[in-house]
Design a protein around this ligand. Structure first.
Ligand SMILES: Nc1ncnc2c1ncn2[C@@H]1O[C@H](COP(=O)(O)OP(=O)(O)OP(=O)(O)O)[C@@H](O)[C@H]1O
Ligand SMILES: [Mg+2]
Length: 250
């Protein structure tokens, strides 16, 4: 069976209009991503990685071009429609965790379900299961500032899963963590991907990207290079063993 693309981009452009100047952050990106893939986006600062992730995550609209998510054209949707797509299908993990300080761990995990109109009482068991899955079953009544950075990022991962998303978008999810904690977080993402969740992750770290099936390299608002990795690689040394191939950007 041919895997179906979860994402299809056709000549996607994003221009920020600052009045006096226009910034062409995406300059016509065309790309298919298969459901169940693990894709890393790399590239220098300012190359358009976060812009790309924001458009893919329906947090922002492209200026022109088409974006089909699960076959549906989301590029022309209004804010309410985009927020409904995000709420139903997408999960987000950010470098700075973006938890709500006033809420406890379990309340933070519940946030996406709150936006679906479900109260915590009704989905308490589901939220508890997610907290347990990320190893925080014994911390559910703590608030973010009573947790370590790695624990906070684990809450963010549990929260990103609450709406059972088709796809998780992560912008430098280990950027604020020490390497051991970062590796733990990446292990959680590997597990999710093994269970079928599509993952798109922006990173500056080669060793982080080494876990992905595909590495897209961006430069000046375009994907200028792509690396296909045959299997999920765990050890940087394997990379040097030549188990990945360079492919020209399509
Ligand atoms: N809200 C905005 N308004 C105007 N210009 C923006 C905005 N967001 C990003 N840009 C510009 O778009 C370009 C791409 O930015 P983007 O944030 O996507 O880069 P990035 O690859 O994520 O960089 P970094 O690795 O530093 O996070 C940059 O030139 C940036 O200055
Ligand atoms: Mg960025």
């Amino acid at each position: 069976m041919t895997p179906s693309p979860i994402i299809q981009l056709e000549q996607l452009e994003k221009t920020y209009d600052l009045g006096a100047v226009q910034v062409h952050a995406l300059r016509g990106v065309s790309l298919d991503i298969e459901a169940g893939s693990y894709v890393a986006i790399m590239g220098p600062s300012g190359s358009g990685k976060s812009t790309m992730l924001n458009v893919l995550g329906c947090l922002d609209r492209p200026t022109s071009g088409r974006y089909y998510l699960g076959g549906e054209d989301v590029s022309q949707m209004d804010d309410d429609q985009l927020s409904a797509v995000r709420g139903k299908r997408l999960g987000f993990i950010f470098q700075s965790y973006n938890l709500i300080e006033q809420l406890t761990v379990i309340e933070n995990i519940h946030v996406p379900l709150f936006y679906q109109g479900r109260d915590l009482g009704e989905c308490y068991d589901d939220c508890l299961k997610l907290a347990e899955m990320v190893g925080l079953g014994n911390r559910i009544h703590h608030r973010p500032k009573e947790l370590s950075g790695g624990q906070q990022q684990r809450v963010a991962i549990a929260r990103s899963l609450a709406n059972d998303p088709l796809m998780i978008l992560a912008d430098e999810p280990t950027g604020n963590l020490d390497s051991t904690t970062g590796t733990e977080i990446l292990g959680l993402l590997d597990d999710l991907n093994r269970h079928g969740t599509t993952i798109i992750l922006v990173t500056h770290g080669e060793e982080v990207a080494a876990r992905a099936h595909r590495v897209l390299h961006m430069k000046d608002g375009l994907i200028d290079r792509e690396i296909q990795q045959r299997t999920l690689l765990r050890v940087a040394a394997e990379l040097e063993g030549g188990s990945r191939e360079e492919a020209p950007a399509s």
